[in-house]
Design a protein around this ligand. Sequence first.
Ligand code: NI
Length: 247
Amino acid sequence: MRLQLKTWPEVEEYLKKNEGIILPIGATEQHGPIGLIGTDAICAETLAWEVGERANALVAPTLAVGMSEHHMTFPGSMTLRPSILLAVVHDVVLSLARHGFRRFWFLNGHGGNTATLEAAFSEIYADVPHYVDKADNIRCTSISWWETPAAERLSAELFGDQDGDHATASEVSVALAAYPEGVKLDSALPRANPTSAIYTCSDFRRRYPDGRMGSDPTLATAEHGRTIRDAVVSDLAERYVSFMSQE
Ligand code: NI
């Protein structure tokens, strides 16, 4: 159930029985030579839409630009500085809280967002009493989809030690399941440099010349993507239901 495909009376009705909402957040950044720029947002939103169906929960519009400073030497990448991303997350949550939403479950598709999300939640808890009644009931959390047991198990089973840490075979597969024509497979990629560190964007490009960190995305297939998506959605739906039932 996507928020932007509802009318306001439908949202008003939803809020009589539900106070939870799923918020997909991703990034718009390079994903190696064969991964789509939108991979992180595509993964987050396609998983979120499925979890929303399973859990009968509304899904907010995708926050498709994240904190991607380290990718800015690769064309097409976009970034929000952490302070701006923090402000966006803060204002999105408070907008929804003013209508009665109280449980905010961010489904994250990009590791670079994690620290800023946590910082945003702290600012939200500090500010929310100024904006809404029953502020004590506000709960925010985020989960990165690749940290689910299903994603970790399938990463090892399908890709062994070649899934890597950026432009992973897993995420390229999930994007490929959503957009089978969108990822151009190349049969010959050199072995990616293993993950070492992330500093400036020019240092990133020196360490990881084609943008990959330890990954072989030529192993990605749409079929693997569907397998990962279906298994991960089950884990995520359980996590959402558990979050909603917490005091
Ligand atoms: Ni990614």
